[in-house]
Design a protein around this ligand. Structure first.
Ligand code: KG4
Ligand code: ZN
Length: 341
């Protein structure tokens, strides 16, 4: 079964064709980063306009790259939440229209289920496992029972981890998006240059929760207070020390979840899953099996959307034409959350 998946929730206009939820036949990602870079962050209006301009060429390119026509496609899928409303509406409306005009089933997909599924496109992974969903908008530690059955154990009480990378990079004028730039700079820095504080989240309610506002404030406003004498205050050293603590915050909570649940497989997803320090620190723990998506599938892409859609379709579940977009995901609250699409 060949599914064409469209993703337009933020600043990538993307379309992929995936066979049977696993084989990527084509994967086209048109990044808008250069258009947002000058503003040091995503400008929603620019994102919507670029999606509107690029969606048709990107879908056409995905078919061309796969050497297929629409006749060869069994179903069409698109992200419908969460994300920027205008951006989501472009891909969703395009996908629904394409499916309606070609008499094919349509499946709306929750972007976060897509990120969680990305690693499955390149690995055999069985449920249940612990999920680490880390992106610009989310920092979630979860128990994943199925592709659409995610039990959120912990989340951020303030900023998302990717957001912290982006804000620190913006403050020091390092560029956008911050994560990939800080990751690169950190490779030539020394993480011992500063001793940033770990958040103090007490109580069982916060056992798996993370917090990034304290670290962000420390790096941006209180650098001198935490700086270790003798180290030069270079961007590389700031990046390395910040990244080290940012990753440690995530892992301290993740390891508790591993211990408590007895689940020894951790699957990562989302833009921050591309982080090299997160990958190397997790690799040091041989008692845990860590699965990461390939780098190209960590950030937003259409393949993860087509992959999730395949499993809905296999169950006979499709979405009505009345399906609309939503900036949020109410299903991703703490507790048992069967995430509906
Ligand atoms: O998943 P994604 O493309 O979009 C969202 O759904 O948010 O994630 C984007 C986020 C940004 O905050 C970006 O700075 C971060 O992922 N990111 C990284 C890295 N690559 C992207 N963060 C840390 N290290 C990286 N290598
Ligand atoms: Zn994303």
């Amino acid at each position: 079964m060949k599914i064409l998946g469209i993703e337009s929730s933020c600043d990538e206009t993307a379309c992929a064709i995936v066979e049977d939820g696993r084989t990527i036949i084509s994967n086209v990602i048109a990044t808008q980063i250069p258009f947002h870079q000058i503003y040091n962050g995503v400008v929603p209006e620019i994102a919507s306009r670029k999606h509107a301009e690029w969606i048709k060429p990107v879908v056409t390119e995905a078919l061309k790259e796969a050497d297929l026509t629409l006749d060869d496609i069994d179903a069409i899928a698109a992200t419908n939440r969460p994300g920027l409303m205008g951006a989501l509406l472009v891909g969703l409306t395009f996908g629904k229209t394409l499916a309606w005009a070609t008499h094919k089933p349509f499946i709306a997909v929750n972007h976060m289920l897509g990120h969680m599924y990305a690693a499955h496109l390149a690995n055999d992974i069985s449920y249940p496992y612990l999920g680490l969903l880390v992106s610009g908008g989310h920092s979630i530690i979860c128990r994943v029972n199925d592709f659409d059955d995610i039990e959120v154990l912990g989340t951020t009480i303030d900023d998302a981890v990717g957001e912290a990378f982006d804000k620190v990079a913006k403050f020091y004028g390092l560029g956008y998006p911050g994560g990939v730039i800080i990751d690169k700079l950190a490779q030539n820095g020394d993480c011992k240059a500063a001793n940033f504080p770990m958040p103090l989240l007490k109580g069982d309610d916060h056992r798996y929760d993370v917090s990034y506002s304290g670290l962000k404030t420390a790096v941006i406003n209180q650098l001198d207070q935490f700086w270790v004498e003798g180290y030069p205050k270079t961007n590389e050293n700031i990046a390395a020390a910040f990244q080290e603590t940012a990753v440690k915050i995530l892992l301290s909570r993740l390891f508790k979840a591993v211990e408590d649940t007895g689940l020894k497989t951790v699957v990562a997803g989302g833009g921050v899953a591309a982080n090299s320090r997160l990958r190397s620190m997790l690799a040091e723990h041989s008692e845990i099996k860590c699965v990461f998506p390939p780098l190209k599938l960590c950030t937003d892409n259409g393949a993860m959307i087509a992959g999730v859609a395949y499993h809905y379709l296999k169950r006979g579940e499709t979405s009505p034409w009345t399906t609309t977009a939503s900036p949020r995901i109410p299903a991703f609250k703490r507790g048992l959350a069967r995430a509906s699409h």
